[in-house]
Write a protein that binds this ligand. Structure first.
Ligand code: ASP
Length: 323
């Protein structure tokens, strides 16, 4: 009897789910961003979200859930209802968090459905405008002589600004004071206001400030120079051998989100990544749309696993982690 009732309930649930998938989406979809509004991840989310809203016929609403280098948002999405109305955009932090946090309340590989990768973004190393170093050579010399006086803004442990800053400190052999913000939008404001000294951040936020001459700019973190700032040297070519940090953004859903919904979201992401308005905006901000081969659920899963394996040892060797 009990068995029969359970079976009936299961059939009813399955039927409801099938119907929901057929008409999905019937209300706005939330895209959770783990950092502050106006920052680099937020810019990518809002650009994609606007385009996806057209394809899906429902508004994609960006919700900024802040804290702990992106892990508050990841944990929130991991525990959200898998009903097709909550999605998540994140970056390398999804891969670095397991090594950075001894107690992580979510599992990047097992608590999510994988939708697609989206764009890859270079980073830029900046200082406040009146910082007393005009090029990489001067910067290195100044930091070595004044390491106790200089601070570095980050978006917390799990942020790429922290990862890039940590790699930079290691490369030149200094240990600076890190000042965490809830995203690099507020970190950039502090840099522009002269309250912090250094910031490593994605071009999706920094290009306008670099072009306006509002910051000191020392180079890009990609292995090769980038199209949008062709005169800017890489850190690698300035003596930081093999220095490379590229930010990649992936889109996820809570584990258990029905596959037909994940597939339709994947199709909407692919359409957005080919939308001329999105392509132009990303191009202007130095972000590269990933090739078609990276726009699948499986490709994101494989990529994330490889990134966890890649960054884990680097982070453990740095000795930086949170309890
Ligand atoms: N750029 C930030 C980071 O360092 C995140 C953001 O504000 O988008 O991870």
């Amino acid at each position: 009897m009990l068995f029969r009732r359970t079976l009936t309930t299961l059939f009813a649930l399955a039927a409801a789910a099938a119907q929901a998938q057929g008409t999905w989406p019937t209300k706005p979809i939330t895209l959770v961003v783990p950092f502050a509004a106006g920052g680099p991840t937020d810019v990518v989310a809002r650009t994609l979200g606007a385009s996806m809203s057209k394809t899906l016929g429902q508004t994609v609403v960006v919700e900024n859930k802040l804290g702990a280098g992106g892990t508050v948002a990841a944990n929130y999405v991991a525990k959200a209802a898998p009903d097709g109305y909550t999605f998540f955009i994140h970056h390398n932090g999804m891969a670095t968090s397991p090594a950075l946090y001894r107690k992580l309340s979510f599992d990047p590989m097992n608590d999510f459905e994988f939708v697609s990768q989206a764009v890859e973004v270079p980073m830029t190393l900046l200082a406040r405008k009146d910082f007393p170093a005009s090029n990489m050579q001067e910067l290195t010399a100044y930091l070595k002589a004044n390491k106790d006086k200089v601070n570095l803004a980050t978006a917390g442990l799990g942020a790429v600004s922290q990862l890039c800053g940590m790699m930079f400190q290691r490369a030149i052999g200094v240990n600076l004071t890190e000042v965490p913000f809830q995203g690099t939008a507020p970190a950039m404001n502090a840099l522009l206001g002269g309250q912090v000294d250094l910031l490593c951040d994605q071009t999706t936020q920094t290009i306008p400030q670099i072009k306006a001459g509002n910051v000191k700019f020392y180079g890009v973190t990609t292995r090769n120079r980038i199209k949008v700032l062709p005169a800017a040297p890489t850190l690698h070519e300035q003596g930081l051998k093999d220095f490379e940090v590229v930010v990649w953004h992936g889109i996820y859903a809570p584990k258990g989100t029905p596959k037909p919904i994940v597939d339709r979201m994947n199709a909407a992401v692919r359409t957005a990544l080919k939308d001329p308005d999105v392509v132009k905006r990303m191009d202007d901000l130095g972000a590269e749309i990933v090739p078609d081969s990276k726009m699948s659920s499986d490709a994101l899963r494989v990529w994330l696993k490889a990134e966890i394996d890649r960054w884990g040892p680097v982070i453990r060797a740095s000795g930086k982690f949170a309890d």
